[in-house]
Ligand binder design. Structure first.
Ligand code: GDP
Ligand code: IMO
Ligand code: MG
Length: 429
């Protein structure tokens, strides 16, 4: 089965968009399977920069793109993004894009609840306030409005009533105004004609693709350390971000996910709250952030920065199901005299070679570092191994050894073409 599933293997923003765009050249379809417009995937092609949130990164190369059932979709945001893509020269028509009929909708009341909760909490999560958590809660609570409901206006009043019976009680508790059923109905009916042409069946599309022998690329959002089960709970997102979710979130066999490529930044960043053992709150952390332009794509927030944590990535390769990695932003490490890599943690005289599950322990871990020599020459824009300084190669090889997974791709700038292929994930296993 020549499919590839791409997932983030740290805390997000590893460069998934860049790698998916590069790989989508080799695939006929690109499929999102979880998350929503909390994702921000950047693709740079020459002078042009595309920032995608809900649209699968395959749209940049005009590939058939599916928003699978596992995604939560803010329909207003989707239409805005389609319009923005259009203005940037990407015609995202129903010939290109399919929205799974059984995908759950994110509504304004979800965004509002997300914000109300964050504002009220003494320990904030630092969410993107896109309503992602509340929308997934309604999905699991079996009261969500789904894409298909937009095609059945007669069913909407009953569904809205059920949804508001829950939300208006919550809103009252927060001192927020109740949502008016008639206004929500009008808003949904207003948007339905624009969304309806995109609505289809993701599992049937993918089944037809399988029968036709087409290659599919599954596009993960967020990352394993933000996974609702395997991440740094409660400082996580509200979906499963591991490779296995691609099957459930698109409606395909677990065998169809193919080779799993984990995207890994050459250092570590995190946006939002939560434990981060190798975080650097000093000049080195600032330097990483400046060199890496570490500001959130979605919220513009400054990302926290630190050294590469091999303990975390070794663990996420296991829990995420990663076969090989794409190592990105190697160029950001150019010019450092020394580069540190975390190989374990200590706490109260105890050594850890994994991330313990307890958030209080996670917050107190002291990283144990190994120091590698930096390199003076630049890796920026390198397109072959031969162009890499010897110490950069040593760094990459040491990372592979420590995480127990091979590097399949190496990225040396935001641009699509500045990518080194070590092995083709669609072919080599
Ligand atoms: P995603 O959420 O995983 O798709 O990542 P984002 O797009 O949010 O953030 C990654 C940022 O790093 C984007 O601005 C990319 O253009 C940029 N980027 C990706 N790969 C590289 C690389 O190899 N080097 C540099 N310098 N920037 C990169
Ligand atoms: P991409 O796909 C980085 C973080 C938020 C917050 C936590 C929960 O671009 O890598 P949520 O709004 O999902 O309930 O927020 O998860 N977060 C991300 N961090 N990259 C992302 O997506 C993220 N999506 C959510 O900052 O800490
Ligand atoms: Mg991002």
């Amino acid at each position: 089965m020549a499919n590839v599933t791409v997932i983030g293997a740290q805390w997000g923003d590893e460069g998934k968009g860049k790698i998916i765009d590069w790989l989508s050249n080799r695939a006929e379809m690109v499929v999102r399977f979880q998350g929503g417009n909390n994702a921000g995937h950047t693709i740079v092609v020459g002078e042009k920069t595309y920032k995608l949130s809900l649209l699968p990164s395959g749209v940049v190369q005009g590939k058939r793109s599916i928003i699978g059932n596992g995604v939560v979709v803010d329909p207003w945001s989707l239409l805005e993004e389609i319009a923005k893509a259009g203005a940037a020269g990407l015609a995202v028509t129903p010939d290109i894009l399919v929205l799974a009929e059984n995908a759950v909708l994110v509504l304004p009341l979800h965004r509002e609840l997300d914000a109300l909760r964050e504002e009220a909490a003494s320990q904030k999560l630092g969410t993107t306030k896109r309503g992602i958590g509340p929308a997934y809660e309604d999905k699991v609570g079996r009261r969500a409005i789904r894409a298909i409901d937009l095609k059945d206006p007669a069913s909407l009043p009953g569904k809205i009533e059920r949804l508001l019976a829950h939300h208006n009680v919550l809103r009252k508790g927060f001192g927020a105004a109740e949502v008016d059923a008639g206004a929500l109905l009008a808003a949904l009916n207003g948007i339905a004609p624009s969304i309806a042409p995109y609505i289809g069946s993701s599992w049937r599309e993918l089944d037809a693709a399988r029968k036709a022998g087409k290659r599919v690329l599954f596009e993960g959002a967020q990352a394993v350390l933000l996974d609702i089960d395997h991440g740094t709970y409660p400082f996580v997102t509200s979906s499963n971000t591991v490779a296995g979710q691609a099957a459930a979130g698109a409606g395909v066999s677990p065998r169809a996910i193919g080779t799993v490529l984990g995207i890994v930044k050459s250092y570590t960043t995190r946006v939002g709250e939560g434990p981060f053992p190798t975080e650097l709150k000093d000049a080195t952390g600032e330097k990483l952030g400046e060199r890496g332009h570490e500001f959130g794509t979605v919220t513009g927030r400054k990302r926290r920065c630190g050294w590469f944590d091999a303990v975390l990535v070794r663990q996420t390769c296991i829990t995420g199901g990663v076969d090989g990695i794409a190592l990105t932003k190697l160029d950001v490490l150019d010019g450092f005299d020394e580069i540190r890599v975390c190989t374990g943690y200590e706490l109260d005289g105890q050594h850890f070679d994994y991330l313990p599950a307890d958030a209080n322990i996670q917050a107190r871990l002291v990283p144990v570092y190994e120091t590698l020599e930096g390199w003076k020459d630049t890796t920026a824009g390198a397109r072959s191994w031969a162009d890499l300084p010897a110490n950069a190669i040593k760094y990459v090889r040491r990372v592979e050894e420590l995480i127990g997974a091979p590097v399949a791709l190496l990225s040396t700038s935001p641009d699509r073409d500045d990518t080194i292929m070590v092995s083709d994930p669609f072919v080599d296993r």
